[in-house]
Design a protein around this ligand. Structure first.
Ligand code: MLT
Length: 338
């Protein structure tokens, strides 16, 4: 993408560090772009981060959340943070992948199979390596992880219980090659679209459906424009809080540590938020009139088509099949045989 060919992370970091360094002792109010709306998992992470930052800095530093894509669509905020014109952003990891392809390993279909697996991967050496990669590739640093749950398919047209039922549906996906190819493996050509345009496109029936976790479907009020949910659960949605690396490098060591500690507190709070709220939100969506189905013959058909077609295609972009195998090994599963 053009961003990758023009952006020089190291140069931006050095210039901004000089500019910010002078005011390092000042009280700060960081601006955080948030892709989702009030009630979302992203908001819960953001609020926990703000509370922890205020507590750890004795009330000196704070941050303000700008919900609902007010500061730009998720993909755009990565670029803005990299350039130092935005402090922080909370967004789905699939919208970081175009800038830092190795994080795509977390979006490969059916790799992460539970919240516990997501926590293990993100909070261990693999999470650290991917954090370093986003700094190098994209000029942003991941400081917290939001766990939002499995992405499920929603649509306004009909119950979908099999791959055959999917045929003919127009489904919005993020501008993410892995997700585009997953739907292609299931036999349909999805419509890549920015997150900020998705609700309107569903409402105006430009597209029939999309996929996102229950928490997001509820917070974004998709139940107003979508009737059917299918538990395809192909990706466990991970939604990091990122900070501009140039901003981070301009902070004092104490401030950097406070930010990292507040991020860790926010990560813990996010896992708790998901554990506490997902079951009730599912009930709420049913009460609001949505119909929820499981694939009628289990997920095997979806899993087989997606993993066989999509995994090999992305080995190079995630850094080689050994990166996927490191993930599978961490999760106690058999490696891919080449
Ligand atoms: C997307 O579908 O683009 C994202 O998952 C949106 C989000 O951040 O919730």
């Amino acid at each position: 993408m053009t961003f990758l060919s023009h952006f020089k992370p190291a140069a931006a970091v050095a210039i901004a560090a000089l500019m910010i360094g002078a005011g390092a002792a000042d009280a700060k109010n960081f601006k955080i772009a948030v892709g989702d709306s009030a009630g979302s998992a992203q908001e819960a992470t953001g609020k926990a981060f703000v509370a922890a930052l205020e507590e750890k800095s004795g009330g000196k530093h704070t941050a303000t959340l700008f919900l609902n894509g007010q500061l730009g669509s998720e993909e755009v905020t990565v670029n803005d943070a990299a350039m130092g014109t935005l402090d922080m952003s909370l967004l789905a990891i699939n919208n970081i992948t175009p800038y830092s392809p190795t994080v795509g390993v977390f979006s490969l279909p059916y790799v992460i199979l539970s919240l516990e697996e997501a926590e293990k991967l993100t909070q261990g050496p693999i999470g650290e390596e991917l954090t370093q990669n986003t700094i190098n590739d994209a000029g942003v640093r991941i400081i917290a992880w939001t766990y939002t749950g499995f992405r499920v398919l929603t649509n306004s047209k009909k119950p979908v219980k099999s791959v055959a039922d999917l045929q003919g549906l127009v489904v919005r996906v993020p501008k993410n090659e892995i997700m585009i190819d997953t739907y292609k493996a299931w036999g349909i050509n999805p419509t890549p679209m920015a997150w900020s345009e998705t609700f309107t496109a569903l409402q105006q029936q430009v597209v029939d459906g999309q996929d996102n976790p229950y928490l997001t479907v509820n917070a974004m009020k998709f139940y107003e424009v979508q009737k059917y949910i299918t538990n395809i659960r192909y990706i466990f949605s991970i939604e990091p809080l990122i900070i501009s690396e140039s901003l981070f490098q301009g902070l004092s060591a104490d401030e950097q540590q406070m930010i990292l500690d507040a991020g860790q507190a926010a990560t813990q709070a996010s896992a708790q938020f998901l554990r506490d709220s997902e079951a009730a939100i599912k009930q709420d969506l049913l009460a609001k009139g949505m119909e929820i189905s499981d694939p009628e013959n289990g997920e095997e058909e979806f899993i087989k088509l997606a993993t066989e077609a999509v995994w090999p295609k992305f080995y190079d972009s995630i850094g080689g099949v050994e990166k996927l195998n490191a993930v599978l090994e961490t999760l106690g599963r058999a490696p891919v045989q080449q």
